[in-house]
Ligand binder design. Structure first.
Ligand code: PLP
Length: 140
C-alpha cells in the first residue's frame, strides 16, 4: 500500500516532526513544512503566494465564502463537487447554476445578472463524477 518513496518520506517526517502540531494552524501554528509546501506551490504556479488547507472541502468552503457575500452572485456548473455547492450556499451570494459545460447557458445566466454586480463563475477543473474537464478558456 502506498508508494515506497512516499511511505519512507512519511516515516522520516514523523521522526523529525512527531505527529504534527495537534491543532489547527491558526491556533497551533505552522511548521516549516507548511511554509515549504506553500512556497513550492507558489513557485510552480508562478504566483506570489499560495495557501494550503487540510482538505478540498475546507478549501472550497473557505475560499468561496470569503470571496463572496450577500448581494453578490455565483454561477456554478451543475456537476460541481458538493463542497463547491456548499461554499456557494454558505457565502450568502445568490446562487445560479448552468448546464454542465454549456458555455451558451452560462452566457445566458451571466446576461441575467444586474450590471455592476460582483459575480463569480465557478467550475471544477476535473469533474469528479465523469473525469471530464471544464470548457473555460485556458489562461497562461
Ligand atoms: C472535485 C473535488 N473537489 C473537492 C473534493 C473534496 O476534497 P476532500 O475529500 O479533500 O475534502 C473532492 C473529493 O473527492 C473532489 O473530487
Amino acid at each position: 500500500m502506498g508508494h515506497p518513496r512516499i511511505n519512507k518520506a512519511a516515516k522520516d517526517a514523523i521522526d523529525r516532526y512527531g505527529t504534527g502540531t495537534h491543532g489547527v494552524r491558526t491556533l497551533a501554528g505552522s511548521l516549516d513544512l507548511h511554509t515549504e509546501l506553500e512556497e513550492t506551490i507558489a513557485e510552480f504556479k508562478k504566483a506570489e503566494e499560495a495557501v494550503t488547507f487540510s482538505s478540498g472541502y475546507a478549501t472550497n468552503l473557505t475560499v468561496i465564502s470569503t470571496l463572496l457575500g450577500r448581494g453578490d452572485y455565483v454561477i456554478s456548473d451543475k456537476l460541481n463537487h458538493a463542497s463547491i455547492v456548499d461554499g456557494c450556499l454558505m457565502s450568502g451570494a445568490k446562487f445560479l447554476r448552468f448546464r454542465h459545460n454549456d458555455m451558451q447557458d452560462l452566457e445566458d445566466r451571466l446576461k441575467s445578472i444586474p450590471s455592476g454586480s460582483t459575480v463569480l463563475v465557478i467550475a471544477d477543473s476535473v469533474f469528479s463524477m465523469d473525469g471530464d474537464l471544464n470548457r473555460f478558456p485556458k489562461s497562461g
